[in-house]
Design a binder for this molecule. Sequence first.
Ligand code: DAH
Length: 326
Amino acid sequence: MSLSVFIAELDALASAAAQTFASAADAAALEAARVEFLGAKSGKLKDAQKGLGTVGKDDKPAAGKRFNEVKQAIEAAFAEAQTRLDASDAPVAAGPPFDPTQPGRRPRIGHLHPLTQTIEDLKEIMGRLGFSVAHGPEIEDERHNFEALNIPQAHPARDPLENFYLATAEKISGAPMLLRSQTSTVQIRVMENKKPPVRIISLGRVYRPDTADATHYPMFHQIEGLLIDKHVTMADLKSTLRMFASSYFGGEVHIRFRPSFFPFTEPSVEVDMQWNDRWIEMGGAGMVDPNVLRAVGYDPDEVSGFAFGLGVERVCARRHQVTDIR
Ligand code: DAH
Protein backbone atom coordinates (compact mmCIF):
# COMPACT_ATOMS: atom_id res chain seq x y z
CA MET A 1 0.00 0.00 0.00
CA SER A 2 1.32 3.40 -0.88
CA LEU A 3 1.81 6.01 1.78
CA SER A 4 -0.81 8.31 0.34
CA VAL A 5 -3.49 5.60 0.26
CA PHE A 6 -2.60 4.65 3.84
CA ILE A 7 -2.92 8.27 4.96
CA ALA A 8 -6.20 8.75 3.10
CA GLU A 9 -7.62 5.68 4.83
CA LEU A 10 -6.46 6.95 8.25
CA ASP A 11 -8.04 10.37 7.65
CA ALA A 12 -11.33 8.81 6.61
CA LEU A 13 -11.23 6.65 9.73
CA ALA A 14 -10.50 9.63 11.99
CA SER A 15 -13.40 11.69 10.69
CA ALA A 16 -15.81 8.72 10.79
CA ALA A 17 -14.83 8.02 14.41
CA ALA A 18 -15.15 11.66 15.41
CA GLN A 19 -18.61 11.84 13.85
CA THR A 20 -19.81 8.61 15.47
CA PHE A 21 -18.56 9.58 18.91
CA ALA A 22 -20.03 13.06 18.64
CA SER A 23 -23.46 11.73 17.73
CA ALA A 24 -23.59 9.03 20.45
CA ALA A 25 -26.75 9.88 22.39
CA ASP A 26 -26.09 7.79 25.48
CA ALA A 27 -23.49 5.68 27.26
CA ALA A 28 -24.53 2.47 25.45
CA ALA A 29 -24.17 4.09 22.01
CA LEU A 30 -20.80 5.50 22.95
CA GLU A 31 -19.61 2.12 24.19
CA ALA A 32 -20.66 0.51 20.89
CA ALA A 33 -18.76 3.20 19.01
CA ARG A 34 -15.72 2.67 21.19
CA VAL A 35 -15.70 -1.06 20.38
CA GLU A 36 -16.18 -0.28 16.68
CA PHE A 37 -13.22 2.08 16.43
CA LEU A 38 -10.94 1.41 19.39
CA GLY A 39 -11.72 -2.27 20.13
CA ALA A 40 -8.48 -4.09 20.99
CA LYS A 41 -9.26 -7.19 18.88
CA SER A 42 -11.20 -6.10 15.82
CA GLY A 43 -11.57 -2.35 16.14
CA LYS A 44 -11.22 -0.33 12.92
CA LEU A 45 -8.10 1.35 14.23
CA LYS A 46 -6.57 -2.06 14.86
CA ASP A 47 -7.38 -3.01 11.23
CA ALA A 48 -5.81 0.21 9.97
CA GLN A 49 -2.65 -0.60 11.93
CA LYS A 50 -2.28 -3.74 9.80
CA GLY A 51 -1.95 -1.53 6.70
CA LEU A 52 1.17 -0.05 8.30
CA GLY A 53 3.06 -3.28 7.56
CA THR A 54 2.28 -2.93 3.83
CA VAL A 55 3.76 0.52 3.13
CA GLY A 56 7.26 0.78 1.65
CA LYS A 57 10.24 0.64 4.00
CA ASP A 58 11.23 4.27 3.33
CA ASP A 59 7.72 5.49 4.07
CA LYS A 60 7.42 3.61 7.39
CA PRO A 61 8.49 6.45 9.74
CA ALA A 62 6.06 8.94 8.19
CA ALA A 63 3.25 6.36 8.16
CA GLY A 64 3.93 5.40 11.79
CA LYS A 65 3.95 9.03 12.88
CA ARG A 66 0.68 9.65 11.07
CA PHE A 67 -0.88 6.53 12.58
CA ASN A 68 -0.05 7.71 16.11
CA GLU A 69 -1.52 11.16 15.46
CA VAL A 70 -4.78 9.67 14.21
CA LYS A 71 -4.91 7.24 17.13
CA GLN A 72 -4.54 10.11 19.57
CA ALA A 73 -7.17 12.16 17.76
CA ILE A 74 -9.69 9.29 17.90
CA GLU A 75 -9.00 8.65 21.59
CA ALA A 76 -9.41 12.37 22.27
CA ALA A 77 -12.74 12.41 20.40
CA PHE A 78 -13.88 9.45 22.52
CA ALA A 79 -12.84 11.19 25.78
CA GLU A 80 -14.66 14.35 24.73
CA ALA A 81 -17.85 12.42 24.03
CA GLN A 82 -17.57 10.71 27.40
CA THR A 83 -17.24 14.05 29.19
CA ARG A 84 -20.25 15.42 27.30
CA LEU A 85 -22.44 12.48 28.33
CA ASP A 86 -21.28 12.62 32.00
CA ALA A 87 -22.16 16.30 32.22
CA SER A 88 -25.65 15.74 30.82
CA ASP A 89 -26.23 13.05 33.47
CA ALA A 90 -25.54 15.54 36.27
CA PRO A 91 -28.59 17.28 37.83
CA VAL A 92 -29.39 20.63 36.23
CA ALA A 93 -28.11 23.45 38.46
CA ALA A 94 -30.92 25.84 39.49
CA GLY A 95 -30.06 29.50 40.01
CA PRO A 96 -26.57 30.85 40.66
CA PRO A 97 -23.91 28.35 41.73
CA PHE A 98 -23.76 27.62 45.46
CA ASP A 99 -20.66 28.99 47.15
CA PRO A 100 -20.05 27.12 50.42
CA THR A 101 -17.34 29.59 51.46
CA GLN A 102 -19.82 32.49 51.77
CA PRO A 103 -20.62 33.48 55.38
CA GLY A 104 -24.17 32.45 56.37
CA ARG A 105 -27.02 34.91 56.26
CA ARG A 106 -28.60 35.25 59.71
CA PRO A 107 -32.40 35.07 59.42
CA ARG A 108 -34.13 38.13 60.84
CA ILE A 109 -36.44 36.81 63.51
CA GLY A 110 -38.55 38.97 65.80
CA HIS A 111 -38.53 39.21 69.58
CA LEU A 112 -41.06 39.90 72.30
CA HIS A 113 -41.88 43.54 73.02
CA PRO A 114 -39.71 44.86 75.89
CA LEU A 115 -42.86 45.42 77.97
CA THR A 116 -43.96 41.83 77.41
CA GLN A 117 -40.47 40.66 78.37
CA THR A 118 -40.62 42.81 81.51
CA ILE A 119 -44.05 41.43 82.44
CA GLU A 120 -42.78 37.86 82.02
CA ASP A 121 -39.69 38.64 84.12
CA LEU A 122 -41.74 40.24 86.89
CA LYS A 123 -44.12 37.27 87.02
CA GLU A 124 -41.17 34.93 87.26
CA ILE A 125 -39.45 36.91 90.03
CA MET A 126 -42.59 37.33 92.12
CA GLY A 127 -43.46 33.68 91.49
CA ARG A 128 -40.22 32.72 93.23
CA LEU A 129 -41.38 34.79 96.21
CA GLY A 130 -44.61 32.80 96.30
CA PHE A 131 -46.94 35.24 94.54
CA SER A 132 -49.38 33.82 92.00
CA VAL A 133 -50.85 35.82 89.12
CA ALA A 134 -54.42 37.15 89.29
CA HIS A 135 -56.42 38.80 86.51
CA GLY A 136 -59.19 41.34 86.41
CA PRO A 137 -61.27 43.08 83.75
CA GLU A 138 -60.15 46.30 82.08
CA ILE A 139 -63.70 47.63 82.07
CA GLU A 140 -64.63 48.18 85.69
CA ASP A 141 -67.41 49.49 87.92
CA GLU A 142 -66.94 52.18 90.54
CA ARG A 143 -67.01 49.73 93.42
CA HIS A 144 -63.84 47.95 92.32
CA ASN A 145 -62.03 50.96 90.92
CA PHE A 146 -62.90 53.33 93.81
CA GLU A 147 -65.41 52.53 96.55
CA ALA A 148 -64.04 49.30 98.00
CA LEU A 149 -60.61 50.91 97.77
CA ASN A 150 -61.78 53.56 100.20
CA ILE A 151 -61.75 56.33 97.58
CA PRO A 152 -64.71 58.57 98.46
CA GLN A 153 -67.05 60.20 95.96
CA ALA A 154 -65.42 63.62 96.41
CA HIS A 155 -61.86 62.39 95.82
CA PRO A 156 -60.14 64.11 92.86
CA ALA A 157 -59.16 60.71 91.39
CA ARG A 158 -62.87 60.16 90.67
CA ASP A 159 -63.20 63.32 88.59
CA PRO A 160 -64.81 62.26 85.27
CA LEU A 161 -62.12 64.31 83.51
CA GLU A 162 -59.43 62.12 85.13
CA ASN A 163 -61.00 58.89 83.90
CA PHE A 164 -62.30 57.18 80.80
CA TYR A 165 -65.97 56.66 81.64
CA LEU A 166 -67.75 54.50 79.09
CA ALA A 167 -71.25 55.69 78.14
CA THR A 168 -72.17 52.57 76.17
CA ALA A 169 -70.99 50.20 78.91
CA GLU A 170 -73.05 52.19 81.41
CA LYS A 171 -76.16 51.79 79.22
CA ILE A 172 -75.64 48.02 79.14
CA SER A 173 -74.87 47.50 82.82
CA GLY A 174 -77.10 50.19 84.27
CA ALA A 175 -74.29 51.58 86.43
CA PRO A 176 -71.33 53.89 85.68
CA MET A 177 -68.47 51.96 84.04
CA LEU A 178 -64.93 53.03 83.23
CA LEU A 179 -61.62 51.76 81.92
CA ARG A 180 -59.77 50.87 85.10
CA SER A 181 -57.34 53.60 86.16
CA GLN A 182 -55.29 51.26 88.39
CA THR A 183 -54.69 47.56 88.90
CA SER A 184 -55.66 47.96 92.58
CA THR A 185 -59.10 46.86 91.34
CA VAL A 186 -57.78 43.30 91.21
CA GLN A 187 -56.98 43.40 94.95
CA ILE A 188 -60.71 43.78 95.61
CA ARG A 189 -61.73 41.12 93.08
CA VAL A 190 -59.32 38.58 94.60
CA MET A 191 -60.26 39.28 98.24
CA GLU A 192 -63.99 39.13 97.43
CA ASN A 193 -63.52 35.58 96.24
CA LYS A 194 -60.93 34.17 98.60
CA LYS A 195 -60.34 33.90 102.32
CA PRO A 196 -56.93 34.96 103.67
CA PRO A 197 -54.05 34.30 103.30
CA VAL A 198 -53.64 36.03 99.94
CA ARG A 199 -50.41 36.42 98.01
CA ILE A 200 -50.97 37.66 94.45
CA ILE A 201 -49.66 39.96 91.81
CA SER A 202 -51.61 41.32 88.87
CA LEU A 203 -50.13 42.83 85.75
CA GLY A 204 -52.02 44.67 83.11
CA ARG A 205 -53.15 47.75 81.26
CA VAL A 206 -54.59 50.79 82.99
CA TYR A 207 -56.04 53.93 81.41
CA ARG A 208 -55.96 57.64 82.23
CA PRO A 209 -56.65 60.62 79.97
CA ASP A 210 -53.09 61.94 80.16
CA THR A 211 -51.43 63.78 77.31
CA ALA A 212 -48.69 61.58 75.86
CA ASP A 213 -45.15 62.75 76.63
CA ALA A 214 -41.84 61.13 77.56
CA THR A 215 -43.23 59.69 80.82
CA HIS A 216 -47.00 59.60 80.27
CA TYR A 217 -49.32 57.74 77.99
CA PRO A 218 -53.13 57.31 78.11
CA MET A 219 -52.62 53.55 78.42
CA PHE A 220 -49.84 52.06 80.50
CA HIS A 221 -49.12 48.99 82.62
CA GLN A 222 -48.98 48.41 86.34
CA ILE A 223 -47.85 45.56 88.51
CA GLU A 224 -49.98 45.26 91.62
CA GLY A 225 -48.95 43.19 94.60
CA LEU A 226 -51.07 42.12 97.58
CA LEU A 227 -50.16 40.04 100.58
CA ILE A 228 -52.67 39.39 103.37
CA ASP A 229 -51.89 37.19 106.34
CA LYS A 230 -51.50 37.26 110.10
CA HIS A 231 -48.86 39.65 111.47
CA VAL A 232 -47.73 41.19 108.17
CA THR A 233 -45.54 44.25 108.73
CA MET A 234 -43.99 47.13 106.85
CA ALA A 235 -40.64 45.32 107.09
CA ASP A 236 -42.12 42.48 105.00
CA LEU A 237 -43.18 45.03 102.39
CA LYS A 238 -39.77 46.62 102.21
CA SER A 239 -37.79 43.40 102.01
CA THR A 240 -40.16 42.04 99.35
CA LEU A 241 -39.71 45.16 97.22
CA ARG A 242 -35.96 45.13 97.70
CA MET A 243 -35.65 41.51 96.61
CA PHE A 244 -37.92 42.27 93.70
CA ALA A 245 -35.79 45.22 92.55
CA SER A 246 -32.50 43.36 93.01
CA SER A 247 -33.74 40.39 91.03
CA TYR A 248 -35.03 42.50 88.16
CA PHE A 249 -32.15 44.96 87.83
CA GLY A 250 -29.43 42.57 89.00
CA GLY A 251 -27.06 43.35 91.85
CA GLU A 252 -27.78 45.22 95.06
CA VAL A 253 -30.57 47.80 94.63
CA HIS A 254 -31.47 50.18 97.45
CA ILE A 255 -35.07 50.98 98.29
CA ARG A 256 -36.35 54.21 99.84
CA PHE A 257 -39.80 54.86 101.34
CA ARG A 258 -41.17 58.42 101.43
CA PRO A 259 -44.34 59.17 103.41
CA SER A 260 -47.34 59.57 101.15
CA PHE A 261 -51.08 59.12 101.01
CA PHE A 262 -53.31 56.62 99.28
CA PRO A 263 -56.91 56.05 100.40
CA PHE A 264 -56.44 52.27 100.36
CA THR A 265 -53.29 52.07 102.48
CA GLU A 266 -52.36 53.35 105.93
CA PRO A 267 -49.56 54.18 106.32
CA SER A 268 -48.78 54.88 102.65
CA VAL A 269 -45.41 55.37 100.99
CA GLU A 270 -43.85 56.30 97.68
CA VAL A 271 -41.29 53.71 96.63
CA ASP A 272 -37.99 54.92 95.17
CA MET A 273 -35.26 52.65 93.92
CA GLN A 274 -31.64 53.67 93.64
CA TRP A 275 -30.09 52.65 90.40
CA ASN A 276 -26.91 53.96 88.78
CA ASP A 277 -26.60 56.55 91.58
CA ARG A 278 -30.06 57.98 90.95
CA TRP A 279 -33.29 57.64 92.92
CA ILE A 280 -36.16 56.65 90.67
CA GLU A 281 -39.84 56.73 91.59
CA MET A 282 -41.34 53.32 91.05
CA GLY A 283 -44.84 53.69 92.47
CA GLY A 284 -46.85 53.49 95.66
CA ALA A 285 -47.22 51.03 98.48
CA GLY A 286 -48.41 50.68 102.03
CA MET A 287 -50.25 48.62 104.64
CA VAL A 288 -53.76 47.76 103.48
CA ASP A 289 -56.26 50.16 105.08
CA PRO A 290 -58.69 48.49 107.55
CA ASN A 291 -61.57 50.00 105.58
CA VAL A 292 -60.49 48.01 102.52
CA LEU A 293 -60.30 44.79 104.53
CA ARG A 294 -63.77 45.46 105.89
CA ALA A 295 -65.14 46.22 102.42
CA VAL A 296 -64.32 42.67 101.32
CA GLY A 297 -65.46 41.03 104.56
CA TYR A 298 -62.06 40.52 106.17
CA ASP A 299 -61.52 41.23 109.88
CA PRO A 300 -58.78 43.87 110.38
CA ASP A 301 -58.21 42.54 113.90
CA GLU A 302 -57.42 39.12 112.49
CA VAL A 303 -55.35 39.84 109.42
CA SER A 304 -53.20 42.61 108.00
CA GLY A 305 -51.37 43.03 104.75
CA PHE A 306 -49.34 45.12 102.39
CA ALA A 307 -49.96 46.24 98.84
CA PHE A 308 -47.93 47.93 96.16
CA GLY A 309 -48.49 49.27 92.68
CA LEU A 310 -45.55 49.95 90.34
CA GLY A 311 -45.33 51.27 86.80
CA VAL A 312 -44.17 48.55 84.40
CA GLU A 313 -43.06 51.11 81.79
CA ARG A 314 -40.85 52.74 84.41
CA VAL A 315 -38.95 49.65 85.43
CA CYS A 316 -38.71 48.51 81.81
CA ALA A 317 -37.44 51.91 80.60
CA ARG A 318 -34.86 51.98 83.39
CA ARG A 319 -33.42 48.63 82.59
CA HIS A 320 -33.27 49.24 78.84
CA GLN A 321 -32.17 52.85 79.27
CA VAL A 322 -35.13 54.15 77.30
CA THR A 323 -35.82 57.79 78.11
CA ASP A 324 -39.13 58.18 76.27
CA ILE A 325 -41.86 55.57 76.78
CA ARG A 326 -43.46 56.48 73.46
N1 DAH B 1 -53.01 52.43 92.62
C1 DAH B 1 -51.97 53.43 92.83
C2 DAH B 1 -51.84 54.28 91.59
O1 DAH B 1 -52.26 53.88 90.56
C3 DAH B 1 -50.66 52.78 93.12
C4 DAH B 1 -50.68 52.08 94.43
C5 DAH B 1 -50.31 52.73 95.57
C6 DAH B 1 -51.05 50.75 94.51
C7 DAH B 1 -50.29 52.13 96.80
C8 DAH B 1 -51.04 50.11 95.72
C9 DAH B 1 -50.67 50.81 96.87
O2 DAH B 1 -51.38 48.84 95.86
O3 DAH B 1 -50.65 50.16 98.07
O4 DAH B 1 -51.31 55.35 91.66
